[in-house]
Write a protein that binds this ligand. Structure first.
Ligand code: AMP
Ligand code: MN
Ligand code: MN
Ligand code: MN
Length: 283
């Protein structure tokens, strides 16, 4: 009973599957429990919970909160993702916080559209918005899919490399929630705060040490170790960081959809046995 997959997306954010389809896939893959962790929204949680209950699969309500963080006042800010697990999705503090982030997403998306128009590609906001099934949650992945649909690039990854990443036309820097706010909203909703895919952030080693210390000090309890967003060397590196800081360890595919994700739900390697899994802290 340890095939817990605690990081997955649906069409409520930038995934490709419905809640029902995701839960059915997790069940088919032999998961013992599955969490839904859409970006900045819990809109898919109720239907996912119902689908899981219908299949007798343990379900964990979650969210992945977008955060801006900098190691010091002069430094460039880095976008971080903080997963909340075991949340009450109806909590008003969490809901209000997520709502404010999604409003920021809409403003950013319009600016991204302006950026594309400047380089001779008008209509990109509308094109991306079409790809957002949840009209209150638009992200860069929807732009990436629109670029593929227009034949500008052959796959989503290339859309990020050429257009949607820092320094590229089509990238608009954005102020997300603070780390302190994200953790406090998750805690207000009764959840456990987990630093998502730490290996993905472009931070120096000393900056990562600082981030892990700050995260812990603010009430963060866990980091993702075995995630579809880490390479095998990063599995080892962040298992070491979990031991060093005494963090609970999390595991999840970060599944978005077939053809876009390295691992399906339940298919990421298991956690090293000496680490304490984050689900021991969930109700
Ligand atoms: P956003 O939160 O709207 O800025 O978009 C972030 C999302 O974009 C991530 O959660 C991933 O789903 C996706 N993403 C970021 N970088 C890449 C990449 N290089 N290739 C594919 N998807 C990416
Ligand atoms: Mn995503
Ligand atoms: Mn993420
Ligand atoms: Mn994710």
């Amino acid at each position: 009973m340890n095939n817990f997959d605690l990081h997955n997306h649906t069409v409520a954010s930038d995934g490709l599957l419905s809640s029902h389809e995701l839960i059915a896939l997790a069940a088919k893959n032999g998961c013992d429990a599955v969490a839904l962790t859409d970006h900045d929204t819990t809109d898919g949680v109720a239907t996912a919970r119902k689908a899981a209950s219908g299949l007798g699969l343990r379900f964990i309500a979650g969210v992945e909160v977008s955060v801006s963080w900098e190691p010091n006042i002069d430094a460039k800010s880095t976008t971080l993702h903080i997963v909340g697990l075991g949340i009450d999705e109806q909590n008003s503090v969490l809901s209000a916080g997520l709502h404010s982030i999604r409003e920021g997403r809409l403003k950013r998306a319009k600016l991204i559209g302006d950026d594309f128009a400047r380089i001779g590609m008008p209509g990109m906001f509308d094109a991306a918005y079409e790809f957002a099934e949840n009209k209150t949650m638009i992200g860069r992945t929807h732009f990436a899919r629109a670029l593929v649909a227009r034949g500008v690039v052959s796959e989503v990854g290339k859309a990020f490399n050429r257009y949607l990443s820092p320094g590229r036309p089509g990238y608009v820097s954005h102020r997300w929630a603070t780390l302190a706010d994200a953790i406090s909203w998750i805690k207000a909703a009764g959840g456990v705060a987990v630093l998502a895919h730490p290996g993905r952030y472009k931070l120096q080693k000393v900056e990562m040490t600082q981030l892990l210390g700050e995260f812990k000090q603010l009430g963060g309890q866990s980091i993702e170790v075995m995630t579809g967003s880490h390479s095998p060397p990063q599995f080892k590196e962040y298992a070491g960081r979990a031991r060093e800081f005494g963090f609970l360890a999390s595991r999840g595919a970060d599944f978005h959809g077939h053809g876009e994700s390295h691992y399906e739900p339940g298919h990421v390697p298991l956690l090293p046995e000496d680490l304490t899994p984050v689900w021991t802290a969930l109700p």
